[in-house]
Design a protein around this ligand. Structure first.
Ligand code: F3S
Length: 289
């Protein structure tokens, strides 16, 4: 039996930076004795979140801040998660006079800035992404003329006014193939849509690597959080090339029967999956055989 890792997998730059920021903030002398909160899930991985909570970080939910039901007080510290938040939350946190540390990934911030900039130049925005994802909700909250479409089908139903100029932006973790289809549709139907590809580099190389790996292995294990968008995309891509693809959170999800008669095992992990989880899973797989 051979275990082959995808060429690119696991922690990305944005997730690593957000975790580093948490520990830097908590070890900073000036924050000694202060209550330190993280806004929602810092990254979409339950293991990372539970480790942070063991270290004493508290969680404050967006919905509670919006409803005025949070327990934040002046002087508390709030760390903004890697996929950012909405303009309203930033405003409410400032009003509460808490100290804000922004761990929003720079790629998310760039999209937010581009959206505001393109709107100010007169463009209406078409945003391709999952409307329910916090990253998307956060980014689009900074705009005024934004339509969100999850996929090509939804885009086809969108009324695009030939007299107006549009700018298409994307969620950082969008499936590249999905974007290519959207691009080719728009290039043939609507010349008044300027397409700005904002899929982040970390997402792109991980998606290409899982496709390459899925084609050469008997079974592919995708490791990541249930709510992680980029992990789900890796699963979808692998599944489209290899039906023996399984998405798991940790070693307890593995099933012996998946490996019966299989010799080449592929492994990839979402951008918020810690290396120690990957190692535990590899060890468990070796133990199964
Ligand atoms: Fe940032 Fe891309 Fe990671 S947007 S958080 S580098 S998946």
């Amino acid at each position: 039996m051979e275990i082959i890792r995808a060429k690119h997998m696991g922690f990305c730059f944005g997730v690593a930076g957000a975790i580093k920021m948490c520990y830097k903030v908590s070890s900073d002398e000036k924050n000694r004795g202060k209550r330190i909160y993280i806004l929602g899930m810092l990254v979409h991985n339950e293991h990372v979140v539970s480790e942070l909570s063991k270290q004493g970080f508290k969680i404050v939910e967006e919905k509670d801040i919006l409803a005025g039901k949070d327990e934040l007080h002046k002087g508390d510290v709030v760390i903004i998660r890697a996929h950012g938040t909405s303009e309203k939350i930033f405003q409410l946190l400032k009003e509460k006079e808490v100290e804000i540390y922004d761990a929003t990934c720079v790629f998310v911030t760039q999209i937010r800035k581009t959206l505001v900039d393109m709107e100010s130049q007169g463009y209406d925005i078409i945003f391709i992404g999952d409307k329910e994802h916090p990253e998307v909700k956060g980014i689009i909250s900074f705009g005024k003329r934004v339509s969100v479409c999850n996929d090509l089908e939804e885009l086809k139903n969108l009324e695009i006014d030939p007299q107006r100029e549009y700018c298409l932006l994307t969620q950082t973790t969008l499936n590249k193939k999905k974007l290519e289809k959207i691009k080719s549709y728009l290039e043939n139907t609507h010349q008044n849509v300027k397409i700005l590809d904002k899929v982040c580099g970390a997402t792109q190389v991980r998606q290409e690597a899982v496709e390459e790996l899925a084609k050469q292995v008997d079974i592919l294990i995708v490791i990541g959080g249930k709510t992680s968008s980029n992990t789900k995309k890796l699963y979808d891509i692998s599944m489209s090339f290899n039906p023996n693809t399984y998405l798991i959170q940790d070693e307890t999800d593995l099933k012996d029967e998946w490996f019966e008669g299989k010799s080449k095992i592929g492994i990839t992990a979402g951008a918020s999956t810690p290396e120690e989880i990957v190692i535990k899973i590899e060890n468990q797989i070796r133990g199964i055989h």
